[in-house]
Write a protein that binds this ligand. Structure first.
Ligand SMILES: NC(=O)c1ccc[n+]([C@@H]2O[C@H](COP(=O)([O-])OP(=O)(O)OC[C@H]3O[C@@H](n4cnc5c(N)ncnc54)[C@H](OP(=O)(O)O)[C@@H]3O)[C@@H](O)[C@H]2O)c1
Length: 277
């Protein structure tokens, strides 16, 4: 097997993709912006590059067969997929739970635009479409430390996935055949309400953490001030409201691909307990 380039190699998923590939003795190269801060496992080849500047990727892509591609908060750069297609044969893209675009349909989110570029590129591709990362609950860490989480829609049920399961699927797809043109919707093994997630985090850190339902309009003001994107906040609030009556779906994709159940949110919370202490 030839070399695999991992982008977002210091990110929550990419870091595990790099370490799993390296542990398996595979040839991996990690793309980072600042090698001095990357803190990747010893012996991993590191290449400097910036996804906002496609020409910086050329040296990193040399002799690469496959690419694990993630896209950070950046305007989409068409040159990136083109550069990958000039060097590699296959890309595994960390997308999100989006439908395939119909012919002529316009993307509504950057992930659809990147998926569209990849489909047109001639690369062999697989799209990983996780719905909701367990790491999102780290946003509650300050409130957990105060002993009470005030957030909207305590009864909204979400199917959070452990970042290591996304990485494990990425590694499986990068190292085995039969995944071309697949879009894998990835979730955790169960759907848990926001309030249940907070209770489980409290159990993992060994102290009671209360849930307090924040009225949606108060949440809208606070989250817009914190996140600076009213449209995104509105979309989140609408989605969470919907998950009260219709829990976020749970897929068996992780288990089907890996031959073992997806990790639970409890195991995630226990692993991340120190982040909440
Ligand atoms: N959170 C969710 O629930 C969810 C659900 C579905 C999909 N997703 C998608 O998952 C992706 C995030 O993945 P993640 O959590 O593994 O990453 P992450 O933890 O957010 O880390 C971001 C990564 O992007 C890198 N990066 C930032 N700007 C860069 C640039 N200009 N050039 C090259 N690298 C750059 C960072 O590297 P540096 O070390 O250089 O900063 C870091 O490795 C996003 O596309 C998001 O939409 C998230």
């Amino acid at each position: 097997m030839s070399k695999i380039l991992v982008t977002g190699a210091t990110g929550s998923v990419g870091r595990h993709v790099v370490s799993s590939l390296a542990e398996a003795g595979l040839e991996v190269r990690a793309l980072v912006r600042d090698p001095g801060r990357a803190a990747l496992p010893e012996g991993v080849e590191v290449a400097r590059g910036d996804l906002s500047s496609p020409s910086t990727l050329e040296p990193a892509l040399r002799d690469v067969e496959s690419v694990y591609l993630m896209w950070p908060r950046l305007p989409v750069q068409p040159g990136v997929v083109d550069a990958i297609a000039r060097h590699a044969r296959r890309v595994v893209y960390l997308s999100t739970d989006v439908p395939d675009l119909e012919d002529g349909e316009q993307p509504t989110i950057f992930h659809q635009e990147i998926e569209r570029q990849i489909r047109k590129s001639g690369l062999r591709w697989t799209f990983l479409r996780p719905i909701d990362f367990a790491t999102n609950t780290l946003g509650w860490a300050d409130q957990v430390r105060q002993g009470v989480v005030r957030w909207p829609y305590g009864q909204a049920s979400r199917s959070l996935i452990h970042e290591r399961d996304i990485a494990a699927v990425a590694v499986h797809v990068l190292t085995s055949a039969g995944h071309d043109r697949a879009g894998y919707v990835l979730t955790g093994p169960e759907s848990l309400t926001h309030a249940e997630q907070v209770r489980i985090i409290g159990e993992a850190i060994g102290r009671e953490v209360r849930w307090e339902d924040l009225p949606p309009e108060t949440a809208r003001e606070q989250l817009t001030a914190a996140w600076g994107d009213a449209e995104f906040v509105a979309a989140r609030l609408k989605a969470w409201a919907g998950f009260v009556d219709s829990p976020e779906r749970v897929t068996d994709t992780v288990e089907r691909l890996l031959g073992r159940p997806a990790r639970t949110f409890r195991s995630w919370a226990e692993e991340h307990a120190d982040d909440f202490r």
